[in-house]
Design a protein around this ligand. Structure first.
Ligand code: GDP
Ligand code: IMO
Ligand code: MG
Length: 432
């Protein structure tokens, strides 16, 4: 058996959580392989709404096993809050949510370091989610991190050493922030936060800590099917995204190999998910961004506000140069298009098919998209139909069918699933 991977092709918030939930009945195991509580994956069904951060979106259908892989960074306090809320609403996960011993822990001081890093950057700040993601991955790569498996052995001593090191770094970052006229980060309240965090550590111990690479490969050997749920989006990948305005993990398909211990030849289907338009939250370049009322209209109709931070998401037209790039990086075999219903009332819709860079047309995603990019648009007639009521592709208006055919041709990949509303039921699987 192989693992299938579902991941975002834009700057995140494509609707990964919703579709993982829809696909869960086809799988035995659902896993997360990178990122942490910077993710906010929204699911809606039976009039209920959930936002998941660290826990995979495969927990709601059919009692499946869910795994937090080694590539994930885990904040025990946020995890406890999330798991307790789920338990209260009838989803007790202690028996079927496993956590890799090799997943790195987000410490309270990582969160402070995240804020201190941002303050020290001044105007050049990344606009992170403030969850400590960058500093935790920094500690991982610089070989200073604490892992879930460390909880079981002399943990307090390891924790204190890390905290001491972090506080020293925060003090020097604060000097930089002050020099730039910014606010230093206060460590007031750290003790309370720490006490709650340690409670989270105790809570986490109820869950099964596993060597996820062995467990997952053994499942595959036994003929079990596995779905890997990406977080963030490919344009936030630390290697291939709009660096430095990216997250700190490999969000692309290769991240599923390193974030789970699954070999490249074990990857099966790669589901690439995108919105019928494009959004971004936080700082950084966005060639097709709309600063006018069209952008504001997309934001209002699409409820484009961050699931984690509540921040306004920046909105723009779909960018096919960026999508071709991320389809290539991920080896996408099937496309999933989300939120077409948001464009229902638009007279025309636009798609960027090429960039003009220094007067030259290109189809390739350049080293820098900071400035000097002129997106080249194709404008098509809108469909002026309430797609959210459609139950099958036969009900789609011709203009929307034309839009789908246009995208498939441009992207050279089939669109096999279409989402026309936030609810689980508002999902159309196309005929093969
Ligand atoms: P994720 O991070 O990729 O899981 O996506 P988010 O949950 O952050 O953002 C997607 C948002 O769009 C959520 O509020 C979903 O409920 C909503 N959503 C998902 N699919 C659709 C859709 O097809 N149409 C509409 N209107 N909303 C959708
Ligand atoms: P999901 O999984 C959208 C963005 C942040 C910031 C940058 C770095 O819900 O799609 P970080 O806290 O990771 O260091 O922030 O990445 N970002 C996301 N944007 N969706 C996400 O996750 C994101 N996770 C991080 O806004 O610009
Ligand atoms: Mg999200």
């Amino acid at each position: 058996m192989k693992v299938d991977v579902l991941l975002g092709l834009q700057w995140g918030d494509e609707g990964k959580g919703k579709v993982v939930d829809v696909l869960t009945p086809n799988y035995d195991i659902v896993t997360r392989f990178q990122g942490g509580p910077n993710a906010g994956h929204t699911l809606e069904f039976n009039g209920e709404k959930y936002v998941l951060r660290s826990i995979p979106s495969g927990i709601f259908q059919g009692g499946k096993i869910n795994i937090i892989g080694n590539g994930v960074v885990l904040d025990p306090l946020l995890f406890m809050t999330e798991a307790k809320e789920l338990a209260q609403s009838g989803h007790d996960l202690t028996e079927r949510l496993f956590v890799s011993k090799k997943a790195h822990l987000i410490l309270p001081t990582h969160r402070l370091l995240d804020k201190a890093n941002e303050a020290a950057k001044g105007k050049a700040k990344i606009g992170t989610t403030g969850k400590g993601i960058g500093p935790t991955y920094t500690d991982k790569v610089s070989r200073n991190g604490l892992r879930v498996g460390d909880i079981l052995d002399n943990f307090q001593q390891k924790y204190e050493a890390a905290k001491k090191r972090h506080l020293e770094t925060i003090a020097s970052l604060n000097l930089l922030a002050i020099a730039k006229g910014g606010e230093p980060v206060s460590t007031d309240g750290l003790e309370d936060l720490e006490a709650n965090w340690m409670e989270g550590i105790e809570y986490l111990k109820q869950f099964k800590f596993i060597d996820s690479e062995h467990v997952i490969n053994n499942y595959l050997k036994d003929g079990k099917s596995v779905l890997c749920e990406g977080a963030q989006g490919s344009l936030l990948d630390v290697d291939f995204g709009s660096y430095p305005f990216v997250t700190s993990s490999n969000t692309i398909c290769a991240g599923a190999c390193t974030g789970l211990g699954v070999a490249p030849n074990k990857i099966g289907e790669v589901f690439g998910i995108f919105k019928a338009y494009c959004t971004r939250v936080g700082s950084g370049p966005f060639p097709t961004e709309l600063f006018d009322e069209t952008g504001a209209k997309i934001r209002t109709i699409g409820h484009e506000y961050g699931a984690v931070t509540g921040r306004e998401r920046r909105c723009g037209w779909i960018d096919l140069v960026a999508l071709r790039y991320t389809i290539m990086l991920n080896g996408v075999t099937q496309l999933i298009m989300m939120k077409s219903d948001v464009l229902d009332g638009f007279e025309t819709v636009k798609a960027c098919t090429a960039y003009k860079v220094n007067g030259k047309l290109t189809n390739e995603f350049p080293f820098s998209i900071e400035e000097g990019i002129e997106p080249q648009y194709v404008e098509m007639k809108g469909w002026n139909t309430d797609l959210s009521k459609c139950k099958s592709e036969d009900e789609f208006p011709q203009e929307f069918k034309d839009y789908i055919a246009f995208l498939e041709k441009e992207l050279e990949t089939p669109i096999t699933i279409l989402s026309v509303g936030p609810d689980r039921d508002q999902t159309i699987l196309r005929k093969k």
